[in-house]
Design a protein around this ligand. Structure first.
Ligand code: KIV
Length: 272
């Protein structure tokens, strides 16, 4: 275990709140399968997000829109099976929380029942606040997601930094208040100016988790494939790479191919 996680109790939404209050930063990383989730949990991550970025990094789609509820359920269940300590949060995919509270609640209940996840993450503010109120009211913890919302890429047209002008930053601040008022336990702030993320973090009771939101949020999240350098063709300014697994994996696989071709593998010790 890392030195930051001597406390091996299961992370809860309440503990994230306590971490915000005492100024302890919250670590969050995505995972989509049993093996990687198990490693990330053993390393001491606070929150594992089964993000709908799975649509890009696991399925190879260009956007997060095509991934389905069934596909997210499959991945989330494998992450839950691997995780002992981290809080597991699952993204509700595009179209499953879309302005029809009863329908959204049904989808949210399915996600919780069939995966065993601890909480859900939902992109959006005012437009779907009735849906989120209904889901939280049913006892399901919800993390909001504002700023750049990849599920709305067809509306924005780009993945550029959001809320740079006052109209959009005022709307974001109103949405933060709404999400807080319906009982969201946390909030992802994606790709917004550092000063805006700082102001939101200082004025909301919800722990904020940034991705491209600067250093003042209560925690940080990255996509696992990006931070481990499995993906080496995605280099936004906010990304820090902690490994070059692209090279490690290509080298290892090429070594294996060579050994097979040269009849070096298996040797005597590796045979029955
Ligand atoms: O889907 C995802 O991985 C996310 C993070 C980038 C916050 O929403």
């Amino acid at each position: 275990m890392s030195t930051y996680t001597e406390d091996n109790r299961k992370v809860t939404t309440r503990r994230l709140q306590e971490m915000k209050l005492r100024g302890e930063k919250i670590s969050m990383l995505t995972a989509y399968d049993f093996s990687m989730a198990s490693l990330i949990d053993q390393a001491g991550m606070d929150v594992i997000l089964v993000g709908d970025s799975a649509s890009n990094v696991m399925v190879g789609n260009n956007t997060t829109l095509p991934i389905t509820l069934d596909e997210m359920i499959f991945m989330a269940r494998s992450v839950v099976n691997a995780t002992k300590r981290a809080l597991v949060v699952v993204d509700m995919p595009f179209g499953t929380v879309a302005g029809n509270p009863l329908n959204s609640l049904e989808n949210a209940i399915r996600m919780m029942k069939e995966t065993g996840a601890d909480a859900l993450k939902i992109e959006g503010g005012e437009e779907i606040i009735g849906d989120i109120r209904k889901i939280v009211g049913a006892g399901i913890p919800v993390m909001g997601h504002l700023g750049l919302m990849p599920q709305s890429i067809n509306k924005y047209g780009t993945y550029n930094v959001r809320a740079k002008d006052s109209a959009e930053s005022d709307k974001l601040k109103r949405d933060v208040k709404l999400l807080e008022s319906v009982g969201c336990f946390g909030l992802v702030l994606e790709k917004i100016p550092t000063q805006l993320a700082k102001e939101v973090t200082e004025t909301t009771t919800m722990p904020t988790i940034g991705i491209g939101g600067g250093k003042y949020t209560d925690g940080q999240v990255l996509v696992m494939q990006d931070m481990l350098g499995i993906n080496n063709n995605f280099s936004p300014k906010f990304l820090r790479r902690y490994a070059d697994l692209h090279k490690v994996i290509i080298d290892a696989v090429q070594h294996y191919i060579k050994d097979v071709k040269e009849n070096d593998f298996p040797n005597e010790q590796e045979s029955y």
